[in-house]
Design a protein around this ligand. Structure first.
Ligand code: AQP
Length: 350
C-alpha cells in the first residue's frame, strides 16, 4: 500500500489546473492506497500574510476535495495548522536544508521577484515545510502538478541528508531500514518520496497566454476557469480564449509552436479522458468555432456537478467542519508517532 500525501493552498479560487493537475489525481489514487489530503493553510501565509476570510478559504478547498469524490472516512482530509507537528518537523528540516538549495528554487525566484531581500523568510523556506508535510506521515507518493517537481526533488534531498547525518542515531534508536540510494547503502528513517506528475494535464496553461501556467494569482480572471464558475462564465472564458487563426491539425506534431491550441486540446483530452491524438482524430481540420463550443459543453458537463456539490457543502459548513476536525485528530495521532521517533533520534528530551 502506498502512503499518498498532497496539499492545496487556501489562496483564492481553485481552478481547472488545480483540478486536473492535482485533485482529480487525488480522487483516482484512493483505490488501494492510504491517502492523506491536506489544506495547507500554513503555506498560504507565504502568498498573503493577512487573509480576509481564511476559515472560508480553508472550508472551500476541503469542500472541493469532497465534492470531487474524496472519501474522508476511508482517507484523511484536514487542515495543516491543526497538526502542529508539521511546523515542528519543518524547523528541523530548516536546519538540515542548505540556503543554497532554497535559493535555487524557481518558484521562490518567480514569487520573490527582483526584490529578494524583501521576500519573507517563509517563502524561502516553503519547500522545507512541504517536505515536512509529506515526511511527518512518512509519505511515499505525492500527486502534484508539474510546477511542484523541483520541490519534491528537494524533499528527497532533505530526507537523504537527514538519513545520512543521523545514521548512527537512527540505528541507536532502533529505527529505520537499510536501503540503497544510487549505489550508496543508507540506514534510512525517512523514505524517498516519489512524485506522481504524469497524467493527461500535468501543466494546464493560461487561457490568455499559452506559455504561462494557469494560476490563482493571475490578475486576469479570464485566464482561468474557476471551479466555482457557472456555465455562462465557462462559456465566455473559453470563447474568449486566445487562439491562432488556423484550424486544428489532424496530428499532434501540428500543435508544435501553437501553445494555445495545444493547451485547449490538452484540456479537452484531460476532461474527456482521451489522448491528444484521439481528440485530434475527432476535431482535426475543424475551426475553433466548432471546437470551442464542444469544449464548453464538456467542461460544463464535468465541472457543474462538482460546483453544485461545493455550493451545497458551503451553505451549511457544519459537515465540512466535522470532516476537518475528525481528519485533524487522525492526522495528529499519526504525525505524533513520527515525531516521537524523530525527537528520540535527534536526542531531544521530552
Ligand atoms: N496550471 C496548473 N496545471 C497543473 N497543475 C497545477 N497546479 C497548480 N497550477 C496548475 C497544482 O495544483 C496543486 C495545488 O496548488 P497550490 O494551490 O498548492 O499551489 P500553486 O501551485 O501555487 O497553485 P496556483 O493555483 O498556480 O497558485 P499561484 O497563483 O500561487 O501560483 C499543486 O499540486 C500544483 O502543482
Amino acid at each position: 500500500k502506498k502512503l499518498v500525501f498532497s496539499g492545496v493552498q487556501p489562496t483564492g479560487n481553485l481552478h481547472l489546473g488545480n483540478y486536473l493537475g492535482a485533485i482529480r489525481k487525488f480522487v483516482a489514487l484512493q483505490e488501494g492506497n492510504d491517502c492523506i489530503y491536506c489544506v495547507v493553510d500554513l503555506h498560504s501565509l507565504t502568498a498573503q500574510l493577512v487573509h480576509n476570510d481564511l476559515p472560508g478559504q480553508i472550508r472551500s478547498i476541503a469542500a472541493a476535495f469532497i465534492a470531487s469524490g474524496i472519501d474522508p472516512e476511508k482517507h484523511i482530509v484536514f487542515n495543516q495548522s491543526a497538526v502542529p507537528q508539521h511546523a515542528e518537523l519543518a524547523w528541523i528540516f530548516n536546519c538540515v536544508a542548505r540556503i543554497g538549495w532554497m535559493n535555487r528554487m524557481t518558484q521562490f525566484k518567480d514569487k520573490a521577484g527582483k526584490d529578494r531581500e524583501n521576500a519573507s523568510l517563509g517563502l524561502l523556506a516553503y519547500p522545507s515545510l512541504m517536505a515536512a508535510d509529506i515526511l511527518v506521515y512518512r509519505g511515499t507518493h505525492v500527486p502534484v502538478g508539474d510546477d511542484q517537481k523541483q520541490h519534491l526533488e528537494l524533499a528527497r534531498d532533505i530526507a537523504m541528508k537527514f538519513n545520512l547525518d543521523y545514521q548512527d542515531h537512527i540505528r541507536r534508536a532502533g529505527q529505520g531500514v537499510d536501503i540503497t540510494v544510487g549505489d550508496e547503502p543508507v540506514h534510512a528513517y525517512f523514505p524517498m518520496v516519489e512524485p506522481l506528475i504524469e497524467g493527461p494535464a500535468p501543466r494546464v496553461m493560461s487561457l490568455r497566454d499559452g506559455t504561462k501556467k494557469m494560476s490563482k494569482s493571475d490578475p486576469s480572471d479570464l485566464s482561468r476557469i474557476n471551479l466555482m464558475d457557472d456555465e455562462d462564465a465557462i462559456s465566455k472564458k473559453i470563447r474568449k480564449a486566445k487562439t491562432d487563426p488556423d484550424g486544428l491539425p489532424s496530428e499532434v506534431e501540428g500543435l508544435k509552436g501553437r501553445p494555445e491550441a495545444d493547451n485547449l486540446v490538452g484540456i479537452y483530452g484531460a476532461l474527456a479522458d482521451k489522448t491528444k491524438t484521439e481528440v485530434l482524430a475527432e476535431f482535426g481540420g475543424q475551426q475553433f468555432s466548432v471546437f470551442k463550443p464542444a469544449l464548453v459543453d464538456l467542461a460544463v458537463q464535468v465541472l457543474s456537478p462538482i460546483t453544485g456539490e461545493m455550493r451545497r457543502l458551503m451553505d451549511d459548513t457544519s459537515h465540512i467542519d466535522a470532516i476537518l476536525r475528525n481528519g485533524g485528530e487522525r492526522a495528529r495521532a499519526r504525525a505524533e508517532a513520527t515525531m516521537k521517533d524523530v525527537r528520540d533520534i535527534i536526542g531531544f528530551l521530552y
